[in-house]
Design a protein around this ligand. Structure first.
Ligand code: BGO
Length: 270
């Protein structure tokens, strides 16, 4: 059984610690194609056919940093069988910004909430069952440092690669969804359905790298532009900011439903 697991997460979420714990000495180090960013792959311990690829630490799948471009080119170009998204449980709100984008790729996603030793020590509570339901993916609590939960997370990723789909749960406001539907219809209808949404959102954001990679013709782009401008007028913002802001609002609501900070509202003594 061959499975390719991609590890994705924010810088400092504990990705390297997890990668080392999952692969031990079975690692091969190289560079990502055409760039000097280090690429690490390894065999999952006790699972010969399972290759773990460590993606660069990123906050988003935008095209603005080399790390983001490397990570997204791999995800959309190579399409791993599953993404294991490492989320820092002590910085949940910031980390979920990337998660919302990963779930739009049409690749199964399993979330490993890391640093759970620190979360527990602080007395904070994450309602994992609710978060999992809201995001539409399996979630495993781990401590990469202590090694707890890590094999369960990898095994859940293998299971998801074999028999589950991740359907993006978040919807944008009406005008945006209207434009996205038109974009899918106009230029993406020949693409497998589960891959369309991520591209449609990127085209809505006028992401030139995504548009160029698809070779969208001028006439179609002009049609699409009408819908984008209509959404911008209605929501009084530029397309990219609309997407960013609506993601933040969605995540803030997730946090309200799923996260309880022990000392929330209390004054600090320091
Ligand atoms: C230092 N629990 C705890 N408590 N810490 C963790 C866990 C966990 O589950 N997982 C990772 N860390 P990386 P990226 C450090 O290096 O794997 C810690 O960027 C230090 N270093 O040990 O590097 C991990 O690959 C001095 O901490 O993350 C590391 O994603 C003092 O989180 C940091 C304190 O992990 C980042 C910590 C000299």
């Amino acid at each position: 059984m061959n499975v390719r697991i991609a590890l994705a997460g924010n810088p400092n979420c504990g990705k390297t610690t997890l990668f080392n714990a999952l692969t031990g000495s079975n690692q091969f180090v190289g560079n990502w194609p055409g760039v000097t960013v280090e690429k690490k792959e390894g065999k999952l311990k006790k699972h010969d056919g399972v290759i773990v690829t460590d993606l660069p630490g990123i906050y988003s799948l935008s095209p603005y940093t080399l790390e983001e471009v490397v990570a997204r080119n791999y995800l959309i170009g190579e399409r791993p069988d599953v993404i294991l998204n490492i989320v820092d449980g002590t910085n949940l709100e910031r980390n979920l910004y990337l998660t919302t984008q990963l779930t739009e790729l049409g690749i199964p996603v399993v979330i490993a909430v890391n640093m759970m030793d620190v979360v527990a020590k602080n007395g904070d509570k994450i309602n994992v069952a609710e978060l999992s339901r809201e995001l539409g993916c399996k979630i495993v609590e781990i401590s990469a440092l202590k090694g707890t939960g890590i094999m369960t997370a990898a095994e859940e990723a293998i299971k998801a690669a074999q028999n589950s789909k991740t359907v993006p749960m978040h919807t944008f406001s009406g005008a945006v969804e209207h434009a996205i539907a038109h974009i899918e219809e106009e230029v993406l209808h020949n693409m497998p359905e589960e891959q369309q949404r991520w591209y449609a959102i990127k085209i809505f954001e006028r992401d030139t790298k995504a548009i160029e990679s698809l070779g969208v013709d001028e006439a179609s782009l002009a049609h699409i532009e009408n819908d984008i401008v209509a959404a911008e007028k209605e929501l009084d913002d530029d397309a990219e900011s609309i997407i960013t802001n609506e993601r933040y609002v969605y995540i803030a609501n997730l946090m309200k439903a799923c996260y309880k900070k022990k000392n929330a509202g209390k004054l600090s003594t320091s």
